[in-house]
Write a protein that binds this ligand. Structure first.
Ligand code: CTP
Ligand code: CA
Length: 222
């Protein structure tokens, strides 16, 4: 029996998930992006679906395919992601797992830049909209808004400050220092930052981390 017909604690709930990187074009063949496989966001969308939620899955160009039986909205850039997210509201919860590029190239070229004759190009950067902060300020703000934060160094301090700055309810923080080996792997070790403080979770597969997170989201909504 498929999960969608099996009921579950999130039946009748709508959850929005962002996932993957965004690609910001430099020219038709080049872009800038963050490193992100999309694995954690994809696992989370699947776990929420398995608890019975209707999931809107707004994804950049990820390495892993989107889950089955969710509404997939594919985007490339941060600005497209913001538009897709805004269109997908209202929702009961929003979980922003995407690794959104902080900047786009303001002077992107419509034709391929050539080496010949030009020397190295100069790129002008413009700041992208903050999708998470925008959802938090929205009139259609979901009851529960969860952000992610990939940090190095003092993870809890950075993530706690980020939670306050963005105005979200929870931050799922992880330490992506090269020494942890988390980046690009199949496991994650997260710290959940809520109004009550920081909870350090054990190192788990991304699937298991997603299941726990989905259970917590379900608990908060019901
Ligand atoms: N995020 C977003 N839109 C952006 C940037 C980030 O929605 N333009 C979301 C991410 O999906 C994540 C959270 O905000 O859930 C934190 O992202 P992060 O890059 O850690 O935060 P920034 O405010 O960009 O801070 P930093 O300077 O550390 O990159
Ligand atoms: Ca960022």
């Amino acid at each position: 029996i498929e999960a969608r017909f099996a009921g579950g604690p999130l039946e009748g709930r709508h959850v929005l998930v962002t996932s993957g990187p965004t690609h910001e074009p430099i020219d038709p063949v080049r872009y800038i992006a963050n490193r992100s496989s999309g694995a954690q966001g994809t696992a989370l969308a699947a776990a929420l679906r398995d608890l019975g939620a209707r999931v809107s899955f707004v994804t950049g160009p990820a390495e892993v395919p989107p889950p089955a039986r969710v509404d997939v909205i594919r985007v490339q850039t941060a600005r497209e992601m913001l538009e897709a997210v805004t269109d997908a509201l209202p929702a009961d919860a929003a979980v922003m797992a995407a690794a959104v590029a902080d900047w786009r190239i303001e002077n992107a070229s419509g034709s391929k830049m050539k080496k010949e004759g030009g020397g190295a190009p100069r790129l002008d950067f413009a700041e992208n909209p903050d999708i998470l902060a925008s959802v938090c300020r929205s009139e259609a703000r979901p009851a529960l808004v969860v952000g992610f934060a990939a940090e190095t160094d003092d993870v809890v301090a950075h993530a706690t400050a980020k939670r306050a700055r963005k105005g979200c309810d929870w931050i799922v923080a992880n330490d992506v220092s090269p020494a942890t080996g988390i980046m690009g792997g199949s496991e994650n070790a997260v710290t959940l930052i809520t109004a009550d403080g920081a909870e350090i979770w054990p190192r788990l597969t991304k699937t298991e981390t997603a299941r726990r997170l989905a259970e917590r989201i379900s608990g908060a909504l019901t």
